[in-house]
Write a protein that binds this ligand. Sequence first.
Ligand code: NDP
Length: 330
Amino acid sequence: YQRIVLASRPASNEEVQPAHFRLETKEIPAIQDGQLLVRNQYLSLDPYMRGRMSANKSYAAPQALDETMIGGTVGMVLESKHPKFAVGDTVVGTLGWTEVAVSDGTMLRKVDTTHIPASAYLGSVGMPGMTAWYGLNQIMAPKAGETVVVSAASGAVGSVVGQLAKLKGCRVVGIAGGADKCAYVVNELGFDACVDYKAGNLEADLAAATPDGIDAIFENVGGAIFDAALARTNAFGRIAVCGWIAGYNGEPTPLDNARLILTNRLTVRGFIVSEQPEFWPQGLSELGTLVATGKLKFRESVADGLASAPEAFIGLLKGRNFGKQLVKLS
Ligand code: NDP
């Protein structure tokens, strides 16, 4: 079988290159009692992986060199000597960038694909959906009629934030890169408006889309995009700082409007969804119901085959994905 390992680390101000990864061929090992063998069907590619590739101090330990790249996976059990898993079960876990993996069942969860497609467990009904659910409900806590803004609005996290906020009766404004992504956010996901930051009039367009100011921000990008939203905040606004993708390659992301945190008495809170395990059962159950009943829509960018993972990941960091970025394995 094949797997992809981290071959070298990008400098903290360097873009990820294909040469930072290496494709390897390995023999499938025999499983022992208490273990199972999983064939991965989809890999999840996520922006946090850029941080793990670097040895800099962060909230999580770095990815080890020459080891299988970390990452969320959904797959099928091929062989089992584990009492809780049977051949044919669909399992979600973090088995990484590999076609097959041996697991002892730790961090592995059996899922039901009757009403929810397997891939959705890596998106709206998985970690990204949970991220949206947590930031919206536990930090922003918007009331009906309030204006909510979310950046990277067409993406895995942003698309869920906006749809959940619409269900709460908020005015929801997305920020996304390009006319196609904005049209999707408004026409398919039902946001009230979406500002294309690449059109060159971010401040004016955001002002037009938020005539009553902004009560809560779900920040996925940072830098100039966050700054423009900060400028529109109302008194006692709440900001969930979820991501800072504009700065993941060490780019400067200055904020001119940070003074408004003081003058508008804003609450600003960063969070890491994996550190909130007590909320996951409730969040995933709500998200699962919404997806199964068609009330929560999602879109996927699917790269084909393990070898396509590095380029697809590099594309994700440049906004080339349109929806949740996955890799489908043969
Ligand atoms: P997305 O599916 O939203 O894909 C990333 C998107 O970010 C791109 O499509 C692009 O959208 C946008 N983007 C990329 N580079 C830039 C840039 N330089 N400037 C502006 N926008 C850029 O990814 P996710 O939904 O998985 O993640 C969204 C954010 O949430 C990330 O910042 C991620 O790190 C964070 N996150 C945080 C978690 C937590 O626990 N705190 C957990 C999960 C995710 P566009 O074309 O519209 O610009």
